[in-house]
Ligand binder design. Structure first.
Ligand code: S3P
Length: 449
């Protein structure tokens, strides 16, 4: 596979300039979560899985590469059109080289689940950002299932070597934080268990793994647990069969043009085929409460998920709201861009319960606050809560992105509506999740330099 990622690639700064109204229509790239899972389920089936609309961002390409290293044939037939000929559940190969996941937390953690439930040994590595992220949350349950961690860095960090087991133990596991990545790793390891694997989450997190396992023929039972949680029960060793996957547009990527249209005067855009899975829609709910002009049109089912087109217009009367901690799992990746929108709203926006933001591609809580302050926005962090007091945004500063694609895109969106240009120190990471970001935004009328 890849040689270990260069931890210090050359940065590519980019500035966003105040824009006239954004207009037109766009289809954001395929959903990142669904794309990773489609490839992985393809790996675990015997036969050919056809995927349409796959996100061809760097993160997902790393997962494709890892699937090859574990024994699948993965071929690109055209834009977003991929075919996976899987090795099959129980029949994976030990990769001969390090699995280098670059910047991809989801790819690496889900694949640890796959490896943990098979008689293979693999070395996992990634870029400087991924090497800082906690993996113990994944390794702990996998160890209970029978996997062994042969090497790891301090605090359970990459690079690490994981030895899986051919007989994963059936376990019942309660995730310590609301995390679809932890849940998915346990379920993927449990697939090859002779028994039943149960995951309990106190707050429901995105459910793409459960949905896709069902789509590929596994028996998965999902029940409510307490007020906001779920219990997911998977029967081991299912007869997985290839199933076509059509990947809807990523709501977490749609969030950037959507936010830009809300804050740039004169904007009126249509964002097509956005996934509206309720466990991904916290941002839209919050923006509607703030007074955003967003209308869902043409709601329909596509590839097992609900999608809709979103008509978004400039919304001059946005006002601050309080976002409850319970909403965090359904918009966990959207706080950077929400904080930018809140900077343009009147009054205070309070975002509660953001501890998980500290362990994303960067410490996003710190990165958001630093970027806002540098650009003249009044904000504070108290405990795990972020307070943003909005108004006219001065801009004019350079924001440190810390290898974080969403910090980069969020502050570029800020620059489209701030009085002065906003610069990000490195826009290269945007390619991990939204390779066409700049071109699509420019088509709508955005200006970058
Ligand atoms: C993801 C889950 C979330 C999210 C990430 C994608 C997934 O992480 O932040 O971008 O596809 O399962 P956590 O599960 O760690 O919260």
């Amino acid at each position: 596979m890849h040689a270990a990622t260069d931890p210090h690639p050359a940065p590519a700064p980019l500035s966003a300039l105040r824009a006239g109204g954004l207009t037109g229509r766009l289809r954001p790239p395929g959903d990142k979560s669904v794309s990773h899972r489609a490839l992985i389920l393809g790996l675990l089936c015997v036969g050919e899985t056809a995927i349409e609309g796959l996100l061809e961002g760097e993160d997902v390409l790393r997962t494709a590469e890892a699937c090859r290293a574990l024994g699948a044939r993965v071929v690109r037939h055209g834009e977003g059109a991929w075919r996976v000929n899987g090795a099959g559940l129980g029949s994976l190969l030990s990769p001969s080289e390090t699995l280098d996941f670059g910047n991809a937390g989801t790819g690496s953690r889900l694949m640890m689940g796959v490896v943990g439930g098979h008689a293979v040994t693999a070395r996992f590595d990634g870029d400087a950002s991924l090497r800082k992220r906690p993996m113990r949350r994944i390794l702990d349950p996998l160890t209970l299932q029978g996997a062994r961690v042969l090497e790891q860095q301090e605090g359970g960090r990459l690079p690490l070597v994981l030895q899986g087991t051919s007989e994963p133990l059936p376990i019942e596991y309660t995730t310590p934080v609301a995390s679809a990545q932890i849940k998915s790793a346990v379920l993927l390891a449990g697939l090859n268990s002779p028994g039943r694997t149960t995951v309990i989450e106190r707050e429901a997190s995105r459910d793409h793994t459960e949905k896709m396992l069902t789509h590929f023929g596994a028996q998965v039972r999902v029940e409510p647990f307490e007020a906001h949680g779920r219990r997911i029960v998977l029967e081991g060793r299912p007869n997985l069969r290839p199933a076509p996957v059509s990947v809807p547009a990523d709501p977490s990527s749609a969030a950037f043009p959507l936010a830009a249209a809300l804050i740039v005067p004169g904007s009126d855009i249509l964002i097509e085929s956005v996934m509206t899975n309720p466990l991904r829609c916290g941002l839209i709910a919050t923006l509607l409460e703030m007074g955003a002009d967003i209308v869902e049109e043409n709601r329909r089912g596509e590839g097992g998920e609900e999608v809709a087109d979103l008509r978004v217009r400039h919304s001059p009367k946005l006002r601050g709201v309080e976002v409850p901690a319970a909403r965090a799992p359904s918009m966990i990746d959207e706080y950077p861009i929400l904080a930018v929108v809140a900077s343009f709203a009147s009054g205070e926006t309070i975002m509660r319960g953001l501890s998980e933001l500290r362990v994303k591609e960067s410490d996003r809580l710190a990165a958001i606050a630093a970027g806002l302050k540098a650009n003249g926005v009044d904000c504070t962090i108290e405990g795990d809560d972020l307070f943003v007091r909005g108004g006219a945004v001065k801009g004019g500063a350079t924001v440190e992105t810390h290898l974080d694609h969403r910090i980069a895109m969020s502050f570029l969106v800020m620059g489209l509506a701030a009085r002065e240009a906003v610069t990000v120190d490195d826009a290269a990471m945007i390619a991990t999740s939204f390779p066409g970001f700049r071109a699509l935004m420019e088509q709508l009328g955005a200006r970058f330099a």
